[in-house]
Ligand binder design. Sequence first.
Ligand SMILES: [Zn+2]
Ligand SMILES: [Zn+2]
Length: 332
Amino acid sequence: MTDTPAGPVSQLADALLQVLSENLPKDLRWQWMLLMIALALGIWVMRNGHGAKGADGRERKTELTAFLLPQDIYTHRSARVDVLLYVFERCLHPLWASGAFLAIAPSVEGSVIGALQSVAGTGPALAPTLPWMLLFSLVALLAYDFVFYCIHLAEHRIPALWAIHKVHHSAEVLTPLTRYREHVLEGPLYAAGAALSAGVAGGIFGWLFPGGITQATLFGAGFFGLLLGFIGAFRHYHVGFHYPAWLSRWLHSPVMHHVHHSYLPQHIDKNMAAVTSLWDRAFGTLYIPVKDEFTPWGLGPEAQEECRGFRQNLLAPFRDWSRMLRGPSASL
Ligand SMILES: [Zn+2]
Ligand SMILES: [Zn+2]
């Protein structure tokens, strides 16, 4: 038996596949996808075919296959652009975003340990039992939640940053992959934020446990990443996963992110959280939708024209920055 001869193109394809498989985000792993499908199936049964939205962002009753995998969403141009932006971003991610994380996290962690030592002396050298590992996971997640909110808010309020983040909002339909529809320049921004929060949490727990401690994990993600995983890919799924209103005031339900992607005036700049609703409440950006609320996705008819294709999205920040730079001089 002979192997198929491999030339430079096959080698390049192999290298690309390896980079993509090594950089598969945790919340796109099969376990989470299976859980998402199982919960969607439960909604379909309980609500007699209701609970999923179409490409237009309107809820509709469908048969099971269309409920789980609607043709109008998965054949939409926006879903294809998701794939291209994802591949492009993931190939550069290890160099670009991971580099930003590695450059920042250890020095933040070292500074926090040093600061705690100078204020309170040597740490208590606790034993890293499971409850402590769970607490470490929770603190790390809450620290990330706060930093994520701050970066996300800045992206919506500062035009130069919105020029980058609007690529995520240019999605006209939502699929689990839309979670990772990002301009390549956005990766380092969030990696720096993740490094900051991980460094602070790691510093506190590094001081408490000088012998070392790891976070409790589940399916390879931080244990409380169950919440993050649930809403990461889930909140970009077209099926509306609602929480009761009282719980939505504390935790961000996946369907609340449907609102974040809507271009209706009452939905603009709302629900910017990653995990909890605390910061949206504190800064007045919380919006709890009613069941099956209409959420047309994208930038809106006018702005969408410039951000449909892959190339348009890739060039979007540079086009907007150039306009911003030319704007004042043109008015002189
Ligand atoms: Zn946003
Ligand atoms: Zn999103």
